[in-house]
Design a protein around this ligand. Sequence first.
Ligand SMILES: Cc1cc2nc3c(=O)[nH]c(=O)nc-3n(C[C@H](O)[C@H](O)[C@H](O)COP(=O)(O)O)c2cc1C
Length: 213
Amino acid sequence: MKKAIFSMAALATMTMAGAQDISLPAPDFGQQSTSTIEALRTRHSVRSFSSEELTEQQLSNLCWAACGQSRDAQHITAPTAMNKQEIRLFVFTKNGVFEYDAKGNKLVSKAEGDQRSLIAGGKQFKQDFVMDCPVSLLMVIDFEKFGSQDSHAQMMGCVDAGIVSENINLYCQSVGLATVPRATHDTDGIKALLKLTDKQLPILNNPVGFEKK
Ligand SMILES: Cc1cc2nc3c(=O)[nH]c(=O)nc-3n(C[C@H](O)[C@H](O)[C@H](O)COP(=O)(O)O)c2cc1C
């Protein structure tokens, strides 16, 4: 209870003072969840969300499930080609944009303010339901980390991002969160905001929240 009050106070401070780094609570490995089989059987895309916020604990669990540190310091929950771990995870909230630091278990501030419209889409196509979602997770392939940007590296980057996304899909299904994997977003706008180079490519995103009943 004390933790929850502290967490809500931290979120309120963050809103008032602009985005700052956020130390996440340790992932809860004892949380209630359905079986993998049940998550696979029932997983589905959701495109209608309530505005209910995730707690910091839920955000920590979610980022960990996506690509957090797993059995030791060298491994993460998502397998990657040659263990390059080239998928970077960015978290868009109404308060700002953060990068998930798996080793430090924290969110590192990258941009202030509500930037979720960049995840909703670009000039050609936009999906407004994303603006109702408290959190969107963006996967960026970092070819610098992969050590190459040739056609093989590009293929591996897409595969690895897909695996991170499926971690998110199955995790959400197993704990009662809602999500949809999406390739729609404003690539140029995101690259400008996050000062990404041509070796870093936004590729997939997962808005996450609670289904509107
Ligand atoms: C690579 C990929 C890109 C997708 N892009 C979008 C998208 O931009 N917008 C969207 O609403 N759904 C998107 N989807 C979700 C699919 O439409 C959805 O998974 C599919 O219709 C099957 O439905 P289900 O997820 O409920 O089984 C994407 C799915 C994948 C795997």
